[in-house]
Design a protein around this ligand. Structure first.
Ligand code: PCA
Length: 195
């Protein structure tokens, strides 16, 4: 049995829940050949990655998959790339609001995710759930985490990836897309099965 470290963020930006953690928390302990190690992480630059890597040092995962909220999206979106840029429109949960800073000074401009992004997306769609490959994880804490993990694990067999999920119906303002929790959970199960 392989080990998957799967993370979900704490609420941020004035929200009281984060669908990412709600969905991760509700996943079964095993999916296919994967034993899941679930971790809730703070929506804070650097710290999210530090907590994830501290947990990874202890559970020694074969893959790390991080889940985050992308409130403007209508589909579950596996991320193709992490970029070496921090630029925050809103402060994180500790008040940090970096502007045009690198994640890793001197690091490569970008890394591609090392999980099978297209297969994961196809597996979610095969469940009848809206999914799409995303080519930007933004420049906020989610991208910070994805880039840091890809930098850390570059040249190792440990795979790393990220999936953004939409708002839950109870979060979405009028006219903004959302997805029921049960659907998100099924989407993540399908994605893990495709790892
Ligand atoms: N989404 C944010 C950070 C935490 C989360 O769930 C992002 O997309 O960067």
């Amino acid at each position: 049995m392989k080990t998957l470290l799967i993370t979900g963020f704490e609420p941020f930006g004035g929200e009281t829940i984060n669908p990412a953690w709600e969905a991760v928390k509700a996943l079964p302990e095993q999916i296919g050949g994967w034993q899941l190690r679930k971790l809730q992480i703070p929506t804070v630059f650097s710290l999210a990655a530090a907590r994830t890597l501290a947990c990874a040092a202890e559970c020694r995962p074969d893959a790390v998959l991080c889940i985050g909220q992308a409130g403007t999206r209508s589909a579950v979106t596996p991320e193709y790339v992490g970029i070496n840029l921090r630029h925050a429109r809103i402060a994180d949960n500790l008040g940090n609001q970096p502007q045009d800073e690198p994640v890793v000074p001197g690091g490569p401009t970008a890394y591609f995710a090392t999980v099978p992004v297209r297969a994961m997306t196809a597996a979610i769609e095969a469940q009848g759930i809206p999914a799409a490959v995303s080519y930007t994880a933004g420049t906020y804490v989610c991208n910070d985490l994805l880039y840091t993990l890809l930098h850390h694990y570059a040249g190792t067999p440990v795979r790393a990836g990220f999936i953004h999920v939409p708002f839950l119906p109870e979060q979405a303002p009028q006219g903004v897309a959302s997805m029921p929790l049960a659907q998100m959970i099924r989407a993540l199960e399908a994605a893990v099965s495709a790892l």
